[in-house]
Design a protein. Sequence first.
Length: 227
Amino acid sequence: MSLIIQKEIFENFDKPIIGIIKVKGLNNHGISNEINDLLRDIEIQTRENFSKFESCGQHSNILAWRQAYKKFGSDPHKYRCSIESLVRRILKGDSIPNINKLVDIYNYISVKYVVPVGGEDSDLIIGELKLSIADGDEQFIRLNGTENDPPLSGEVIYKDEKGVICRRWNWSEADRTKLTEDTNNAIIVIEGLSPMDKTIIENATNELADLIKRFCGGETETEILVN
């Protein structure tokens, strides 16, 4: 499975860079004290790193996503990109929640590099995975939800043949393709926008792939998508 990016994404937004990790045969069961230690350490580091900002939105990585959200018609103060939500949680004094090994690992990388990271169970994706502009009639049931909440026309979404997999680019994932302990095969995306250098996404992608192999096993394949 590959990610297909609609050409308008590259045309309308400032130099998107997408890191892809495809994982086969992983073991996502159980808990890891080592992963928990990584999360607690990165929380401390994040509080130190963001102490120089009056608000987390001043960080260039987060500011770039706020500007992208405005461009596709979503209020970034009401709908926050995934990395801003994580950072704000940490700065409030809360811990990153434990979900499962794979999600915990990618949340660690997300916070370490201050980039949005998301993942899906690739066995539950129908047809091709696409990053595209929404028509507005696609089906979407958010994580742990039950009601259809379709995207707005013009919104950036991840989708497959059945419906939306993530709304507002990286705001809210769908319940249908979520990663669970029973996930055997997965696809992970790491996202950047200008002024982020391609090297940062490459480093984040490679480190995440190494951590997945270390804690979950399986085989990984990486790719960097740019215009």
